[in-house]
Design a protein around this ligand. Sequence first.
Ligand SMILES: [Zn+2]
Length: 534
Amino acid sequence: MKRFAFLLVASMGIVALVGACASMQQGGVDLVTRAVQASGGPVALGGVKTIAQKGTVKQWEPEQSAAAGGEMRYANESTVDAVTDVASRTTRIDWVRNYFYPAPRSYTFSEIVSPEAGYVAGIDSTGRTKQSLESNPPAHTMSGLRLAASQRELLRSSPLLVLEMLKNPSSVAAVGDITVGGATYPAVDYRAGDQTLTVMFDRATGLPARVRSLDYDNVWGDVSYDLVLGDWQAVDGVRIATSRKYELNGRTVMDTRITETRVNAPLAADRLVIPASLLAGARRPATGDVPYQWVIRRQFIGTYLDSEQPSYDTQASPGLRLVELGPGVQHQVGGTHHSLVVEMKDHVVVFDAPVSDRHANWVLSAVRAKFLRKPVKYLVLTHHHMDHTGGIRAYANEGATIVAGKGTAEHWKRVLAAPYTRNPDLAPKDLTRTPIIEVADKWVHSDGQREVHAYVIAPNPHAEGLLIGYVPDLKLGFATDIWSPGAGALPERLNPALAALVAGVKKAGITPVKFAGGHGSTADYAPLAALEGK
Ligand SMILES: [Zn+2]
């Protein structure tokens, strides 16, 4: 009898649950139906065969700032000329990107994104893959990671998104009201592949106002990424948002203005063709752990390596590896970003935690294997930029003390307090008690046998509070971004970054013979020092 009663209650519960889901779905579809009407109606939207748009784009990167937690870098100002063929779900975007950061330069390139493949004609990054370098003229197929990110962002910004949602009601669910910046929006979740976009609607007009994804950021952990739509205009009966801003945790990092839209203009089919020679080897869109924020925002500054692995070019490198620079000193190389590992009597010191916790986990497991499970007690961060610190949590999780430059401790305290439930490489844990040492001038660490030093390089043009590392018994320095030793010939005379390094070495009173780099490899210091005064 008892069992029967339980079953009855349980089945009533299921009925109630199913009922709730159905009404959630219905409420969501009502919002979508209204949005479709507001966007021009199902007939006008369904009649769109091609869309051609021109506009301007500005992009900012918050985690390449001069000061930790400081003003975002204004990265580039670009023009875009985009065409979409709705039937084949293929888009071509012709870009002229004028970069201000990290170095002034201009890239003219085209992207073609179809459901099956992505292609880039021209040079779009300082971090080029083997295929891009070997192609003449320069071209490459997109990695599965970039293709997935491009597809997601094209869907998010499409004027036809609401029509697609209407056609897929089982993927739509109302999620209640969401308040952003004092405004409240009725909202739905839309499940597209393995991604969920939360679409928030303007109460007055019914049009989509914000389209949100919940992403993972290597510095800030769980973040919201919102496309904010505005300045709607009617083009051939279809409503087009001509203002499209992306907000990362509420800060505008991308601002697109559409200056011209044409609906159903003739589109030459050959403009959307990916050359067969490249298409054959093209990657399908990645699923699962796509580091969307890394993929998207490294493109903002024109340094993105379009590879299946964010840390190295899978076409050119078998993977990360350690190179011994002296007894107990290993340089992690094999990728675009490096760490230096120094063995002490009963622990290990690591300089820099580049890219991601996945990258950091590789270094940590290599350290465990190489140094018989000595713990990493100190992680020294040369500077706060996202590409050299994205693995900080993996080290904090192992109990490492963070050693960072002047003026950065508060920033790291905030970062380590940020939730990171969406981190694909590390289970959430309270990292707020991670010890942080802020180096005012120099840090000297000794185990009675070996010393390890860090020195603040001030002033320098790269990042406030930037540190260099030094291992006195090997006369080995470690520098990131102000010098990439071995990455190319020295210039004729010192540039401001190299001059800062030379002045810093002098001020520290150290006598390095070699430097290893956060980029590059290793190089003798004397030829660099000899440039002083030239
Ligand atoms: Zn940097």
